[in-house]
Ligand binder design. Structure first.
Ligand code: ASP
Length: 355
């Protein structure tokens, strides 16, 4: 072989390699990671201390720390906020929802991953489940251990979340949460442990599926309305009506309900005892709030089970709404969105059984 032929062969091989790489890149799904902070972006001075700062690491550094993630999908990261999710606000949730809705129709986006703290993950997940417009996968992920910890759980959680967001089978199941190999529906999951990495459970409905190193198995499709089937639209919203949660207990002081009303709450969710119960004095205070035009929803502080109408409380007589399966923090999200417009009480009750 002459030297000229050799060079030609080398050039052809190089071109074929580039074309192969381009073909693989085109086959890979395009995933946008929107980062909001949380322990997954947390850092500590050592790998074994329990104290750390949430939301200290940027999205680019987080992506760089996950081996193989770029082989699974074409990934772009965007920082929406960098807060511990105890500081998550409706302002940030609205910003996040609007950004997703802006990117959703693009041909260059196949799915979304949202990194988020676990403390209020279920609230943001449920909020997005109600206001995202489109069927492309929206997958939330966090971690219980900061990025600097020995056996940090964030990198594999993020890898699996990208694997779910890139999976066409995840489409149309509403907003999902991927943590510790389990895939949960926004409607049903809740945080159950302050520190364990297996913190998220979906006690009533079970998981939607499982995810293992980017391979997924889906068992369930959530039955409630969500995303493209949802009537809620925040395109022109920049503030949500105030809805408070009042926690019931033995010998509960009823004036907490009066204080909420006095401070301008348009809705009150009672984290009731048992089946959404509260003592007699609080029932009277809540009924008085209803008479002033405040919407009162009875939910429960009990982790599983639903709150039904007219069980131990006469909702028809007192004008209350029953939360069905929504826990107090999710009932608050739904009620805040519901109160964006005038609705009959019966219509609000129907929202609680359909979302
Ligand atoms: N406090 C943290 C947060 O919610 C906890 C976590 O992310 O696990 O941001």
């Amino acid at each position: 072989m002459t030297r000229r032929n050799g060079n030609f062969l080398l050039l052809t091989l190089l071109m074929m390699l580039v074309m192969c790489q381009q073909a693989i890149a085109q086959q890979k799904k395009n995933i946008i990671i929107l980062a909001t902070g949380g322990t997954i972006a947390g850092a500590a001075a050592t790998g074994t201390q329990s104290g750390y700062k949430s939301g200290a690491v940027t999205i680019d550094a987080m992506i760089a720390a996950v081996p193989g993630i770029q082989d699974m999908a074409n990934i772009k990261g965007e920082q929406i906020s960098n807060v511990g999710s105890q500081d998550m606000s409706f302002d940030i949730m609205l910003k996040l929802a609007k950004r997703i809705n802006q990117l959703m129709p693009g041909n260059d986006v196949d799915g979304f991953v949202i990194t988020h703290g676990t403390d209020t993950m279920e609230e943001t997940a449920f909020f997005l489940n109600l206001v995202v417009k489109g069927d492309k996968p929206v997958v939330m992920v966090g971690s219980m251990r900061p990025s600097t910890a020995v056996s940090a759980d964030g990198p594999l959680n993020l890898y699996n979340a990208v694997g779910v967001a890139a999976d066409p089978a995840a489409k149309g199941r509403g907003v999902l949460v991927v943590m510790n190999d389990w895939i949960h529906a926004a409607h049903s999951l809740t945080k159950t442990s302050t520190t364990a990495i297996q913190t998220f459970m979906s006690p009533l409905r079970g998981v939607v599926g499982v995810s293992a190193y980017g391979k997924n198995d889906f068992y369930n499709t959530p039955q409630w309305k969500h995303t493209s089937g949802s009537e809620f639209d925040v395109a022109n919203v920049d503030k949500l009506p105030r809805v408070d949660i009042v926690f019931a207990c033995a010998d509960m002081p009823p004036d907490l309900i009066d204080a909420s009303v006095a401070n301008g709450a348009k809705g009150i969710v009672i984290a009731g005892v048992g089946n959404g119960n509260m003592n007699k004095a609080s029932l009277d205070a809540a009924a008085a709030a209803v008479k002033k035009g405040v919407i009162v929803v009875r939910s429960s502080r009990v982790p599983t089970g639903s709150v039904g109408r007219n069980v131990e409380v006469n909702d028809d007589e007192r004008g209350f709404i029953a939360s069905d399966e929504l826990n107090p923090q999710k009932a608050r999200i739904l009620l805040s969105l519901a109160l964006l417009k005038q609705r009959a009480k019966g219509d609000i009750q129907n929202l609680f059984t359909s979302y």
